[in-house]
Design a protein around this ligand. Structure first.
Ligand SMILES: Cc1ncc(C[n+]2csc(CCOP(=O)(O)OP(=O)(O)O)c2C)c(N)n1
Ligand code: SF4
Length: 295
């Protein structure tokens, strides 16, 4: 029997985005909400293999690329952003999404996070924030609250947590948003807006780890988040900065906190101004004479 060719409409259905891999996240994990929101965004915006690439770090969050049928690369722990930067520079026509954990992006990958923000690289970062290292079974991360008992902090965490949106804002990111993984519809809209934005976009998704984090639970977020009011002005840097402090008082604003128009890194690279790098001919150069100088 000949295989039926998929019609364009069918191609963009949920089934076309599915992979044969069953989801391995724990039942109730916040990663399911991020997965649903991202798939819904893909279907709505027609993101597929032809126009989109995914990069993930190492952690439970990184498994998401196994469950979405779009070409992806899983970087080393902490190194999702350098891979994504290279990918975007090679083919800036692609939508490039980076799925990273709070450990992945703020601990081992903290330097990459700061500099990608500073350069305003045109990437959409979906930061799965479960406030600990989940894949390695629950050690403290830079997002773990002070005093929290974890496997690596049995006497209570003595470090203060980092606030990724505050860090990204000070470093130069131009789109900052926050959402709870349970608000799937709203998260989908934010992902779409973040991708439309030209520049470094960070979405901090509060993603409860039901197995290891007994503090930041679904209930905690449902009770403590609030939607930014209609009259909130995301172009006001100081308001955005102030909003990042509210978490400390268990008042957690969700929505788009900040958006600024500024040229992205890729838009300023003369070598890719006319054509993507992948569409440019490869000029072969011999380095024998140069090499001989050194031997
Ligand atoms: C270079 C390197 N360092 C450490 C590890 C061990 N490791 C694997 S996952 C992980 C933490 C993952 O935490 P996070 O990035 O927050 O993702 P989550 O599992 O919570 O989604 C660590 C430390 C590793 N795989 N590679
Ligand atoms: S360990 Fe935590 S983050 Fe990992 S799949 Fe389970 S609930 Fe999700």
């Amino acid at each position: 029997m000949s295989k039926k060719k998929l019609q364009p409409k069918q191609y963009l259905t949920g089934a076309a985005l599915s992979t044969p891999k069953p989801c391995t996240w724990c039942p109730g994990c916040g990663d399911f909400g991020i997965w649903s929101a991202f798939r819904a965004a893909c279907m709505q915006e027609k993101w597929d293999n032809k126009n989109t690439a995914l990069v993930a770090g190492i952690g439970c969050h990184g498994h998401i690329i196994n469950f979405v049928k779009i070409t992806a690369f899983e970087g080393l722990h902490g190194r999702a952003l350098p891979v994504a930067s290279g990918l975007k520079m090679a083919n800036h026509d692609l939508n490039v999404f980076v799925f990273t954990g709070d450990g992945d992006s703020l601990s081992e990958g903290g330097n990459h996070f700061i500099h990608a923000a500073r350069r305003n690289q045109n990437l959409t970062v979906i930061l799965h924030d479960n406030a600990l290292y989940a894949l390695t079974t629950g050690q403290a991360s830079p997002r773990t609250p002070k005093g929290q008992v974890t496997k690596s902090t049995p006497g209570g965490n003595i470090d203060d947590p980092l606030h990724p949106l505050r860090l990204a804002l000070s470093a130069g990111a131009t789109f900052l948003a926050r959402e709870y993984s349970g608000n799937v519809e709203s998260l989908k809209e934010i992902i779409i807006e973040a991708n439309k934005h030209e520049g470094f976009s960070v979405i901090q998704v509060m993603q409860p780890c039901v197995s290891f984090n007994k503090v930041y639970t679904h209930r905690f977020f449902q009770e403590n988040i609030y939607k930014l009011p209609e009259d909130y002005d995301p172009t006001d840097t100081f308001s955005a900065y102030q909003k990042t402090f509210e978490w400390d008082y268990k008042k957690i604003p969700v929505g788009i906190l900040y958006q600024e128009k500024r040229k992205s890194y890729e838009a300023q690279l003369p070598v890719i101004s006319k054509k993507t790098l992948v569409k440019q001919p490869v000029k072969k150069k011999t380095i024998t004479s140069l090499y001989k100088k050194f031997i």
